[in-house]
Unconditional design. Structure first.
Length: 201
C-alpha cells in the first residue's frame, strides 16, 4: 500500500541542498474472501402434488435470506469497530480508536476521547475531530464534511430532534443549531448496538 511519503516543504537557502524524503510503502492490509451459501430441498411428492407455489415462495425466501446475509456481513465492521477481535489495524488496534499508529511515529484518532451519547454536542465534537484529521505523516488533510450519520434504530427520535431543529434543542438561549440538517440520517437495524452512531465521509 502506497504511503503519502512527502512531508511539508522546508525552507532552504540559496545554493543549499534540497531535503529529500524516501519513498516507502504504507501499512499492509489483507483481505480474506469468504463464501456464504444456503439452499432448500423438496420431495418428488411435493412436485407431483402440484405444490409449485410453495417452491416459488421458498425461492423468494432464499433471495430474502441472501439480502439479509449481505446486510449482516456489511454491518460487521461497524459492530466490531471498537474491538480488535474480528477487524484490526496495525499494532492490533480496533478500526475505531484514539491511537491509530502513523508511519513516521505518533498516533491519530477517529473517535471521541470518551464514549458519548448522540446529541448536538457530541455531533459537533465528532465533526470537529474530522476537520482535524491527519494523514499517515501526521500532516493535515481536508476530508470535507461528513455525508451520512449511521445510527441504530433506538436513536431515531433523538436524531430527528438533533438534525431537524433549527434552534439548539433543549435550550432557551435562542442559539442556532449548527448541526441542523448537516448530515443525512441513515438508520440501520443491523447494528447490534442500537444506540451506536457513526459519521461517514
Amino acid at each position: 500500500m502506497f504511503s503519502s511519503c512527502v512531508r511539508t516543504f522546508g525552507e532552504v537557502g540559496e545554493a543549499s541542498n534540497i531535503p529529500f524524503d524516501d519513498i516507502r510503502p504504507g501499512f499492509k492490509y489483507r483481505i480474506i474472501p469468504r463464501k456464504f451459501a444456503r439452499g432448500f430441498t423438496w420431495s418428488r411428492e411435493l412436485e407431483k402434488d402440484n405444490k409449485y407455489d410453495l417452491i416459488r415462495r421458498a425461492t423468494e425466501a432464499l433471495a430474502t435470506a441472501a439480502a439479509r446475509t449481505r446486510e449482516k456481513t456489511a454491518a460487521l465492521p461497524f459492530n466490531f469497530a471498537f474491538t480488535n477481535s474480528v477487524f484490526f489495524t496495525v499494532n492490533s488496534e480496533p478500526l475505531v480508536t484514539t491511537s491509530h499508529a502513523l508511519i513516521r511515529g505518533g498516533v491519530a484518532s477517529n473517535r471521541l476521547a470518551t464514549n458519548a451519547a448522540f446529541n448536538v454536542t457530541s455531533l459537533e465534537d465528532m465533526k470537529t475531530l474530522g476537520k482535524k484529521m491527519v494523514d499517515d505523516q501526521n500532516e493535515p488533510i481536508d476530508i470535507g464534511d461528513p455525508e451520512y450519520l449511521l445510527f441504530g434504530t433506538d436513536l431515531w427520535h433523538v436524531v430527528d430532534t438533533v438534525l431537524g431543529s433549527s434552534m439548539r434543542p433543549g435550550e432557551f438561549s435562542n442559539s442556532i443549531n449548527p448541526v441542523y440538517r448537516s448530515v443525512k440520517p441513515l438508520s440501520w437495524r443491523y447494528l447490534t448496538d442500537e444506540r451506536a452512531w457513526f459519521l461517514l465521509w
